[in-house]
Design a protein around this ligand. Structure first.
Ligand code: GLC
Length: 669
């Protein structure tokens, strides 16, 4: 598909390897739809008569006119061949035959199409016959195109344009150039080719698809409804985009801030086209931390500190700077707290499935407190740079207060962190006092990432316990034991069955945070092991394609695990927060090439058997050719760094001025 045209092209090349002349026919065929999955599956009997399909001999094209009078754009669809069409068909019944199937259409078996139009509608198809006569050794090439536009004139222009095979080839090259440019920002040479393949190509590609087509962004996933943008998911999906496609990330971030209320709260879902929040509104109390993470990522990537002073209005409110938007958001989260001084879930936090545990909304969320601390650290750094001492002081105070609260006896269970704490005397979620849901992964990983757990003591202990209790050969379970009933085993079960998704499945999104946490603890062998467990190209091989069942090049959201009967089966590929976080954690924490406000931090945490690796990273307009050497086979630790042969102090490469590229050598040890 060319970047700028609504057209799908088939570039067909035929060569005669026989000793004699051949005279053959090539048949191309498409079945036209009713343009949305809803109409396709429910209204087909009615929609089909609101179409008309005809043949245009001047363009060798079948033209499909879709004129259902409601809602949808009345698309003009054109299916054409660059060579002369010897015959055509517009009617599925005559093309396939009364009992024909697409693998052996009757008219193809007969060697000729029926030249039948469907001006009054019906089950419309486009089928064309191309006659090919070739002498021995001779070859030919033709292009089949399927294009559409709102106006016939433009749709016809598309067909005309792609009658020239060279034009199609030029466009294909342009598509290739575009994607090379897109992934160019981070290219690696690693001792692990599977990892390299994901990091260099498939993961960034998946990031782009997820950013543009995530389940709630368009009707893409279901083909039916259009949900809108989710402030929480979309902020996270934008994190890798700050390097891959900076302008798009910035634009999305500004859009998200436009749907922040003056109180500081973010609308969970909104429709950017209609400029309105979605009708359904549950308070996802974590919404407001993620835009802070992405803003920090954006400023670190670009060095564009002015962005923080950009003013935009709150939704139906006054103008405020981005810095104030962020501060307002975190203050709002901090303003609703419970008896342990932790923020309240209100309706739900990051884990949507915990909604069913809501009793009075006064449940305290340990994870939200940890997320808040991390957000305060990032905002504090940015506020410091912007000389906003008021905001910096708030952040500092909140970090101290929350760190204290998070290590209180009501939160620490003895060997790990609890998850939800109820306002009455019900046993907390994630507590050994429960029969089910004794331990959750989210609060162990975020205890480490937020820096609220003592790194020598609780941080290691809770991650070791997570490995012991939640670890499986496919990854870490989100919780254990999975719920068979809620709140008690004898109660009914809502939502996912045990071992599936948030109910104790291997939830890849959280799993990526476990990788990040292990790198922060310096345990590269473990981090790498976890990372590889959910690499789709590795998982589909080691588990077996028939077990894994998802594509081997796109991230899946989850892996089913016991007590479910299909352990190892992956679910929901392409659209998951896993995509953004795998790229983030892989490039920035494992390979350790991490933009920070001051420049480019080099802080790898790799498996101890790696001798080294190379990364070409474009950062703030300069290509950094980075070579990492690991002569003493450590997981973490940088002995020294040189830039163009000159040693630097510390591990942060300051932004380079006046050069197109620099050579960076990193010696670990
Ligand atoms: C899904 C949702 C996301 C949520 C997560 C955990 O991925 O899209 O918003 O945070 O599940 O429940």
């Amino acid at each position: 598909m060319p970047r700028g045209d609504n057209v799908l092209l088939w570039d067909v090349q035929v060569k005669n390897n026989r000793r004699e002349r051949v005279d053959i026919s090539a048949f191309s065929f498409v079945e036209f739809s009713f343009l949305t999955a809803l109409r396709e599956s429910t209204y087909w009997h009615w929609c089909r008569f609101y179409t008309s399909t005809k043949f245009d001999p001047t363009l060798d094209a079948v033209k499909y006119d879709y004129h259902v009078f409601e809602e949808h754009p009345k698309l003009k669809v054109i299916f054409s061949s660059s060579q002369k069409a010897a015959s055509f068909d517009c009617d599925r019944s005559s093309f396939l035959g009364r009992r024909g199937m697409p693998d052996a259409p009757e008219s193809v078996l007969n060697g000729r199409l029926a030249n039948r139009e469907l001006p009054g509608g019906g089950f419309a198809v486009g089928a064309l016959e191309n006659r090919i006569e070739l002498a021995p050794g001779e070859s030919t090439q033709f292009v089949i195109s399927l294009g559409c536009d709102l106006a016939w004139e433009k749709a016809e222009d598309l067909a005309r344009k792609y009658k020239v095979p060279e034009v199609a080839q030029r466009e294909l090259q342009a598509v290739k150039d575009y994607w090379s440019g897109f992934v160019d920002v981070f290219q690696s040479e690693l001792p692990d080719v599977e990892l390299q393949r994901m990091i260099n190509l498939w993961n960034p590609y998946n990031c782009s698809i997820s950013f543009n087509r995530k389940k709630s962004m368009t009707g893409f996933t279901t083909g039916m409804e259009k949900g809108g943008v989710q402030s929480r998911d979309s902020s996270q999906d934008s994190m890798p985009l700050v390097s891959l496609s900076t302008d798009l990330a910035r634009e999305r971030l500004l859009l998200i801030y436009r749907f922040q209320m003056p109180s500081g709260e973010f609308y969970s879902t909104f429709d950017p086209d209609a400029g309105k929040p979605a009708d359904y509104y549950a308070v996802r109390s974590d919404n407001g931390v993620w835009p802070v993470y992405t803003t920090h990522a954006y400023v670190s990537e670009t060095g564009d500190f002015d962005f923080l002073q950009t003013t935009i209005p709150y939704y139906e409110g006054e103008n405020a700077t981005i810095l104030d938007h962020m501060a307002q958001s975190l203050k709002h989260i901090a303003s609703r707290r419970g008896k342990n001084n932790l923020p309240l879930i209100v309706d739900i936090d990051w884990n949507d499935n915990l909604y069913i545990f809501k009793v009075d909304g006064k449940e305290e969320s340990v994870m939200l407190a940890q997320l808040l601390v991390h957000a305060c650290r990032l905002l504090g750094e940015m506020a410091g740079r912007a000389k906003r001492d008021d905001i910096a002081a708030f952040c500092e105070g909140m970090i101290a207060e929350m760190t204290h609260a998070l290590n209180g006896p009501g939160v620490w269970d003895g060997e790990w962190y609890r998850r939800y704490i109820f306002s009455d005397d019900r046993p907390p979620l994630g507590s050994s006092k429960r029969r089910e849901g004794k331990m959750f992964l989210e609060t162990q990983v975020w205890a480490v990432i937020s820096g609220t757990a003592d790194p020598k003591d609780r941080a290691r202990l809770c991650m070791d316990k997570a490995r012991e209790i939640l670890g499986t050969r496919f990854g870490l379970k989100l919780l254990f034991p999975a719920f068979t009933g809620i709140p008690e085993p004898e109660d009914p079960l809502y939502n996912n069955g045990p071992g599936i998704r948030e109910n104790g499945g291997i939830f890849h999104h959280v799993h990526t945070w476990a990788v990040m946490a292990e790198t922060m603890l310096g345990r590269g062998d473990r981090a790498y092991e976890y990372y590889r467990q959910i690499l789709p190209n590795v998982a589909s091989k080691t588990r077996g394609e028939d077990v894994y069942l998802n594509e081997p090049y796109a991230y899946s959201s989850t892996t089913l695990i016991d007590p479910d009967s299909r352990p190892g089966e992956a679910d929901m590929a392409w659209f998951t927060g896993t995509v953004a976080w795998m790229y983030w954690v892989g490039t920035q924490y494992l390979l350790g090439i991490r933009p920070v406000l001051d420049g480019l931090l080099i802080d790898p945490c790799i498996p101890s058997h790696w001798e080294g690796y190379k990364v070409n990273r474009k950062f703030r307009g300069v290509l950094h050719r980075i070579t990492v050497k690991n002569p003493s086979r450590v997981c973490k630790g940088v002995r020294f760094i040189t830039v163009d042969g000159k040693p630097i102090d510390g591990c942060v490469l300051p932004a380079v001025q006046g050069k197109q590229e620099v050579a960076v050598e990193v010696i670990m040890g």
